[in-house]
Each structure stands twice: as C-alpha cells, then as structure tokens.
Write a protein that binds this ligand. Structure first.
Ligand SMILES: Nc1nc2c(ncn2[C@@H]2O[C@H](COP(=O)(O)OP(=O)(O)OP(=O)(O)O)[C@@H](O)[C@H]2O)c(=O)[nH]1
Ligand SMILES: [Mg+2]
Length: 366
C-alpha cells in the first residue's frame, strides 16, 4: 500500500493503489478531492493553511508534521511514499520524515520505505518550486542517502509534461504505468513460463530496500544492436538519467523460446559495467518482439544530484543570472561572455547575487 503526501503525492498514490492508498495533507480541501481508504490531516498553525495548504512554504509542512508524527512514522514502514518536491506540504512533511529516518541507527529490511518524488520543470514552473526542490535534494534527501535508511528513491520529472503539454491526469497515468512496469516484474515471473534466471518476490523486495536511486525503463530489445546503445536510447524520459550503475536487474520477455540465449549479451553489457544483475527470462506468447524491463540503481552526491536536476532546468538558472545582471549593470555595455563567466561562478557556489557582483567587479565591469 502506498502513502501520498501533499497534492501531487496524494493523486499519484491514489492512482497506483486504485483508491486504496493513505493520503496526508494539511489542506482539508485537497484531502476531499482524492479517493483514499485513509485520509490524515496534518494540522498547521494557521487556519489559512488548513484551507489552502502550505502555499509553497515547506516550513508550514514541517510544523504540521508534529501533529501526525507518531502516526506518520509508523504508517510509512515498508511502504512507498509519494510527494512532489516543489510545494510546501509534500516537501515539508517528507523533509522531516527523511530527517527522522536518517537519525535512526539502522532500520530492518521489512521496514524500509521507498520514496517517489516529482520534481518541477524549471523552465515553466515557479521559481519557488525550484528553490524548494534544490533545498530538498541538497538537505533531507542527501542526508537520507548517507544514512542508508531508505529503500529505493525514484525521481520523476515534470519536464515531459510541460514540453508536450500533457494534461495532469494523463501525465499521472504515464508515471504510474511506467512505475508498474518495474513493480510487476515479480508478478510476471509467476504468470509466465520461466526460460532462464529467476527474480522471485523475496529477491525483488530486497532490491527495493536498497538506499539508491532507481532508474527503470522498458523497451523492445533487438539482439542485433549492442544492448548498451539501446538502453541509453531508451532511458525513461519521465525520470532523471541514471549515472554509474551500482546494481541492476532486468526482465526479458520473449515471444519465442528459441531466442532464449539472447539474454547473454545483456549480461555481457552489465559485466563490463561491473554490475552483475539479477535477471529473469520469460516466455510471453502475447508479444511480437522481445521486451526488456531494466532497473538500474545508482548513487549521487548532493552536488551531483542538484546538477542532475539543474540539467533539466538550465535555462531557468541562466535567466536568474540575467536578472541579477539586469539589476546591477546596463547590459548594453557588457560583452557577450559576461553571462557565461557569471554562470561558471554560480555553478561553483551556492550564493547568487553577491558572487555575480564580485565577478563583475573583478573583470572591471562595475
Ligand atoms: N505530475 C504531477 N505533478 C503535480 C501534480 N500536482 C502538482 N504537481 C506538481 O507538484 C508541484 C506542486 O506541489 P503540490 O504537490 O501541489 O504541493 P503540496 O505538496 O500539496 O504543497 P502545497 O500545496 O504548497 O501545500 C509542482 O511542481 C506541480 O507541477 C500532479 O497531479 N501530477
Ligand atoms: Mg497542496
């Protein structure tokens, strides 16, 4: 069973569990809108928040956590938690949850929680969403990775939603469909005839408890083309790209049992990557072409994680640099590469305007 926290989190959890999820929100209005077996209202100090939620302020979500502390920490054990990183409620409540998990000495495997986050697309969404996301990734998420007390962490991005103008409901369906490709791996093993390898429920559950980022994707596998090339071309566009695989698993479904040895070239690929995967090869007579479902577990340091996120929000950062330049100098007098120079400094540091200013001073433009 999954747990949805905040607006986006609640909708996604409800969709995955077909209305059987538990949802948590400070806004009573948002709780009413979503189907769930259990609805938990976290109480914020201000009455405005009870009506309108945290209004993009994670501090309000953090404060509201106190009212559900014991319930929430119990509820998430062994479950999947969904939240967006941009708003105030999901971000605030999940920040405290992650911090609590990070402070625990160790957590038993059956109590590990998998997290699925939705990050905003900075080129279209508000800069508050972006700033909240960066603090969330740099802070609570990074701490949780270091502590190793979570299960897999999955980062969905709203990039494709905005770029292709996909309605929210349809996009949420895409997210859940893609997640189900991964989650249904052990079920398929029970339904279809096994040809080679095996991933049973225990193996799969253990895999989900590893404290790494999980990138999964599914595509038709052509054994005449190198597997690595196909994998890269078919990375899941709803997720941040993976980096440096630590562990992996794959399920290969074949329309024809004669093709069984085709999985060896997938194993070759992973052995070159130094990650020996768990795998399962099944006969699926309903398919026309071989279908492979792959999951890659990888780790990121805080800075790299934010860089991954910034890679999908480059233009936004650039426009922020431009804004600070506009504020302090007359752009017409500047040389073109000034923005680049300022950007380099921005990349290497956290603070913004002061650094930009000091660079401008250094190169004699102020
Ligand atoms: N994919 C997807 N993204 C959503 C959905 N609802 C909101 N978002 C995104 O989530 C971010 C906003 O977070 P919400 O989940 O609405 O906020 P919240 O956690 O309820 O917090 P507050 O409303 O500020 O109290 C933005 O980046 C939105 O684009 C949804 O149904 N699907
Ligand atoms: Mg909300």
């Amino acid at each position: 069973m999954s747990v949805g926290v905040g607006g986006a989190g609640s909708k996604l959890a409800s969709l995955l569990d077909e209305g059987q999820a538990t949802i948590v929100d400070v806004s009573g209005v948002e709780l009413e809108r979503v189907d769930a077996v259990s609805k938990i209202r976290a109480v914020a100090h201000s009455s405005k928040a009870q009506l309108k939620g945290s209004r993009k302020d994670p501090q309000i979500g953090r404060e509201a956590f106190q009212s559900i502390k014991n319930k929430a920490l119990d509820l998430i054990k062994g479950q999947t938690v969904f939240c967006s990183t941009g708003g105030g409620t999901g971000n605030g409540l999940c920040s405290v949850i992650l911090e609590h998990l990070s402070a625990i000495e160790s957590i038993s495997i059956t109590e590990k929680t998998m997290f699925a986050f939705v990050v905003p697309y900075a080129q279209r969404e508000s800069s508050d969403f972006v700033d909240n996301t960066i603090s969330f990734l740099e802070g609570p998420v990074s701490k949780a990775i270091d502590a190793g007390n979570t299960g897999n962490l999955i980062i969905f991005s709203n990039k494709v939603k905005f770029e292709r103008r996909i309605p929210e409901k349809a996009y949420n369906n895409m997210i859940i469909e893609s997640l189900n490709h991964f989650l249904s791996i052990p079920t398929k093993g029970e339904e279809l005839k096994q040809l080679d390898g095996n991933i049973d429920y225990e193996d799969f559950c253990l895999y989900k408890t590893k404290p790494y980022f999980n990138h999964f994707c599914q595509f038709n596998y052509n054994q005449d083309i190198p597997f690595g090339k196909q994998l890269k071309a078919n990375y899941n566009e709803l997720l941040l790209d993976p980096e440096g695989t630590i562990e992996a698993l794959f399920l290969l479904e074949l329309p024809n049992p004669d093709l069984t040895n085709s999985f060896y070239s997938i194993l070759d690929f992973f052995s070159e990557e130094d990650a020996s995967p768990m795998y399962s090869v099944l006969y699926n007579p309903n398919l026309k072409k071989p279908l492979v479902t792959v999951s890659l577990l990888y780790s990121r340091k805080p800075l790299e994680l934010v860089e991954d996120y910034n890679a999908i929000s480059g233009k936004h950062k650039r426009s922020r640099v431009k804004k600070s330049l506009d504020q302090y100098v007359t752009l017409s007098k500047l040389e073109v590469d000034l923005t680049n120079e300022a950007e380099k400094v921005l990349k290497a540091s956290d603070s913004e305007n002061d650094e930009v200013l000091s660079v401008l001073k250094r190169i004699g433009k102020l």
